[in-house]
Write a protein that binds this ligand. Structure first.
Ligand code: DX5
Ligand code: ZN
Length: 220
């Protein structure tokens, strides 16, 4: 079976006690910590930058999965790498020089991934798929936590999984947006293996129970 990873997104954490929230999901069984970086330009929201990534790094030994929803990712790769990002993902919609951006992330020794918005075609991966460690498919329009899972992305996951398997390459498929106990089963059946969960985890009373439930639904 493919490895399954559960990645709580701190976007839905209580920012007045962010350090405690990160420690809590770490101890509750999170595999990696998903960090949503938004610039108010590529997406209609502004969140956090390298300073907060550095602070997050100081309170957990789990790898930080930094999702850049910013217009000019190249200009900030170094800052996020230095701040402690372990994975850096960039949107294909923002990449004027996507191949260079991915190479740059790898040059810093980080896991490199590309992200596709819900309406972006898999054909955008044609000349980059074999260069990346993971592809993240958005199952909501990026910008906010707590949105509903867009069902058409299931077919997209299936097609991407077929393509990866046909090529015989090792590329993770991460899914971001609207993941909960109701949706994770379909996403795993379609072929995804890394699951971002923001509101489902941080909106629950028991982080450990929620992460365990998501994991058991994904592993059955
Ligand atoms: C949306 C972000 C997501 C978000 C997911 O733009 O990229 O990572 O935090 O939140 P939920 O799990 O609540 O949909
Ligand atoms: Zn995200």
């Amino acid at each position: 079976m493919r490895r399954i990873l559960i990645a709580p997104s701190i976007l839905s954490a209580d920012f007045t006690s962010l350090g405690d929230e990160i420690r809590a999901v770490d101890q509750a069984g999170a595999d990696i910590i998903h960090v949503d970086v938004m610039d108010g330009h590529f997406v209609p929201n502004i969140t956090i930058g390298p300073l907060v990534v550095k602070a997050a790094k100081a309170v957990t030994s789990k790898e930080l999965d930094v999702h850049l929803m910013i217009s000019n990712p190249d200009a900030y790769i170094e800052a996020f790498a230095d701040a402690g990002a372990d994975w850096i993902t960039v949107h294909v919609e923002t990449g004027r020089h996507l191949h260079r951006t991915i190479s740059r992330i790898k040059d810093f020794g980080k896991r490199a991934g590309v992200v596709l918005n819900p309406a972006t075609s898999l054909s955008t991966l044609d000349y980059i798929l074999e260069e990346v460690d993971l592809v993240m498919l958005m199952s909501v329009n990026p910008g906010f936590g707590g949105q509903s899972f867009i069902l058409s992305c299931l077919d997209k996951i299936r097609k991407l999984r077929d393509r990866i398997d046909t090529l015989g390459i090792e590329v993770d498929i991460e899914i971001d947006g609207g993941i909960s106990s109701r949706t994770i089963g379909d996403a795993v059946a379609a072929g995804a293996n890394i699951f971002v969960a923001g509101s489902a985890v941080f909106g629950s009373d028991d982080y450990a129970a929620t992460i365990a439930e998501l994991r058991s639904l994904a592993e059955t």
